[in-house]
Design a protein around this ligand. Structure first.
Ligand code: FAD
Ligand code: NAD
Length: 159
């Protein structure tokens, strides 16, 4: 099967957008990711999927910790920055939760320590044991489906 057909099919799955962040002695590194899923409630586990050539991969292997930051509707620019799609940008200032870098204003900041890494094909799945969470309940999510969208756009006009 050709790659485009697979990507077109996977792109039919509407998702939110996260920025994964981790820190080592070189500093904080972030990466945009939509391959994120809740795994278990007891214990509280999540999973992220990182491609084998991503710079963040070795950094997470080293730190054994990461945060998942679920972006709000007004954080599209941050998604582009951490996907390497916006080279000219102002400095990104991180907050901290449980000693891990997090994105201020994200809908949820989920801090994890690596429980297991599974290498599958050209990606690594990191199962994360959740150690802390901060929530911003008032904002709308950023949605990814054939580009960036919000939940409130394209609402039909009231009759
Ligand atoms: P780089 O490409 O070097 O870093 C990413 C960008 O972030 C660079 O431009 C860098 O300057 C910037 N950056 C990093 N840290 C900082 C900092 N501290 N301050 C300011 N800027 C910083 N890939 C996956 O593997 N899994 C996924 O689930 C996934 N989902 C994606 C979803 C979407 C919607 C998009 C657009 C992309 C997705 N990608 C995913 C692709 C991934 O985001 C890019 O390939 C990314 O560029 C890989 O990052 P990197 O770690 O290799 O480092
Ligand atoms: P796209 O057509 O490249 O991707 C559509 C969908 O296919 C993605 O949402 C994802 O579900 C899947 N996909 C794409 N590349 C993949 C990969 N290397 N491994 C596994 N699944 C992959 O268009 P887009 O959604 O606009 O993506 C923009 C960029 O972000 C592309 O360079 C894409 O490769 C990258 N991306 C990577 C992943 C990933 O590695 N898991 C996920 C999403 C997007």
């Amino acid at each position: 099967m050709d790659d485009m057909k697979f990507r077109r099919a996977m792109g039919k799955f509407a998702t939110g957008v996260t920025v994964i962040a981790t820190e080592n002695q070189e500093g904080v590194h972030g990466m945009t990711a939509n391959a994120f899923m809740s795994v278990s409630l007891d214990p509280k586990l999540v999973v992220i999927s990182i491609k084998e050539n991503a710079k963040i991969l070795e950094k997470i292997r080293e730190s054994q910790k990461y945060s998942v930051n679920i972006l709000a509707a007004d954080q599209e620019e941050l998604s582009m920055i951490f996907a390497g799609q916006l080279k000219e940008h102002s400095e990104v200032v991180f907050g901290y939760l449980d000693n891990q870098p997090v994105i201020p204003g994200a809908l949820a900041q989920v801090v994890c320590e690596v429980s297991h890494e599974h290498i599958e094909g050209d990606h690594s799945l990191f199962i994360g044991k959740v150690t802390d969470i901060n929530l911003e309940d008032e904002a709308e999510p950023l949605v990814f489906y054939s580009g960036y969208r919000t939940l409130t756009e394209k609402q039909p006009a009231p009759l």
